[in-house]
Ligand binder design. Structure first.
Ligand SMILES: Cc1cc2nc3c(=O)[nH]c(=O)nc-3n(C[C@H](O)[C@H](O)[C@H](O)COP(=O)(O)OP(=O)(O)OC[C@H]3O[C@@H](n4cnc5c(N)ncnc54)[C@H](O)[C@@H]3O)c2cc1C
Ligand code: SF4
Length: 328
């Protein structure tokens, strides 16, 4: 491991200055320590954000929920407000990692988790994300866990976090403080970037940026919602495929508002707008949901190793909507 110094930071301005001088942030450390061990990052300094006082979940005056970036995944999964009003987020968190990891990992760190692509994690192989221009080993190699949506000829790595998939369904935003101190809100749906020809650029984060909080708007806290995750083992594993659904029915039982997002199958949390359109204005029934869910894999580009993800995605989306609608 490359030698580095470690220093806690007491305020966001100081943290930003350290980052601009070459430090990298650490929160729960559950991804950062692996990146360091695998020599994927080699910072001169680790700036510890845990002293910033950014933990906790609160309700804002208008009914929105504010989730501090340093809140631990387990704390959030157990939070009564989140469980009651945003079930999809609490369920996604409870299905993330193992209990031990969830007690360390933070919400902000989860949004920035790096891909689990085998080749990204193995410095002896070509990888455009790790070393731009070196090639993509996954295109013709082992790609069982790679993306079928949102990929490019340069990268098909999955963004592996569960929480942002739920947050896209909940229309949530991320509060980022820039290096100069200015704060900005970014929709979670626009937070991660498609790989295109620059797969090394994964999010809209700029040098010195700090995630302060996540906000789930008041209207989304009134929706019913649900998360379904398909994975290799029940104890803990990253998603092979997941579906997050948030829904409001009108007084006659018709779908008035619906957001559907998928994880584990795409290079970023993937909103399934065509599935939403197929169901908006209709009563939910099994046939309609099954036919709508077929659209989930629209535009998928599959390879022999990951072709199974297209039908798995359709089934996962169908199951999530049926379970939420009480039709399963
Ligand atoms: C065995 C195992 C299984 C796992 N399974 C899952 C799973 O099923 N689903 C899932 O979603 N995740 C899973 N994870 C990943 C885990 O959830 C993430 O590693 C974790 O959420 C990252 O949060 P952290 O606080 O530990 O981040 P760190 O490792 O401390 O940091 C991660 C990155 O975020 C940056 N960062 C952290 N906080 C901030 C901030 N506030 N502002 C700016 N930058 C910041 C750091 O600089 C670093 O680049 C698993 C991890 C392990 C080890
Ligand atoms: S899919 Fe992306 S992360 Fe994986 S080897 Fe190719 S370029 Fe690297």
């Amino acid at each position: 491991m490359h030698p580095f110094t470690y220093a806690p930071v007491a305020d966001a301005a100081g943290a930003a200055a350290r980052a601009l001088a070459g430090a990298q942030f650490i929160a729960g450390g559950t991804d950062m320590l692996q990146l360091l061990q695998e020599n994927l990052v080699q910072p001169q300094e680790l700036a510890d954000l845990n002293g910033l006082g950014l933990a906790g979940i609160t309700e804002e005056q208008d009914g929105a929920l504010r989730l501090g970036a340093l809140t631990r995944l387990q704390k959030a999964a157990d939070d009564p407000l989140l469980r009651e009003r945003c079930a999809v987020a609490a369920e996604a968190l409870a299905a993330s990692a193992s209990p031990m990891v969830r007690h360390m990992a933070t919400l902000g760190g989860n949004l920035l988790q790096r891909t689990r692509c085998l080749y990204f994690r193995d410095v002896s192989t070509p990888c455009n994300k790790r070393q731009p221009g070196s090639g993509c080993s996954a295109l013709e190699g082992e790609n069982r866990h790679n993306a079928i949506l949102g990929g490019s000829e340069h990268c098909i790595a999955v963004q592996p976090s569960d929480l942002p998939v739920a947050l896209v369904a909940l229309d949530a935003e991320v509060l980022i403080q820039g290096a100069g101190g200015a704060e900005r809100w970014v929709p979670v749906e626009g937070f991660h970037r498609l790989p295109g020809d620059t797969p090394e650029i994964e999010t809209v984060m700029q040098p010195g940026d700090i995630i302060l909080a996540i906000r789930i708007p008041a209207h989304a806290t009134r929706w019913r919602s649900h998360y379904v995750k398909a994975r290799d083992r029940a104890s803990f594993a990253w998603a092979l495929c997941s579906a997050a659904v948030a829904l409001r029915l009108d007084e006659e039982g018709r779908v008035a508002e619906l957001r559907v997002a998928a994880g584990g199958v795409a290079t970023k949390p993937w909103r399934l707008m065509r599935v939403e359109q197929e169901l908006l204005g209709h009563r939910l029934d099994r046939d309609r949901v099954r036919l709508a869910a077929v659209w989930a894999s629209e535009g998928a580009v599959t390879r022999p190793g990951n072709a199974y993800k297209a039908p798995l995605l359709q089934h996962t989306v169908e199951r999530a909507i049926l379970e939420l609608g009480g039709l399963a």
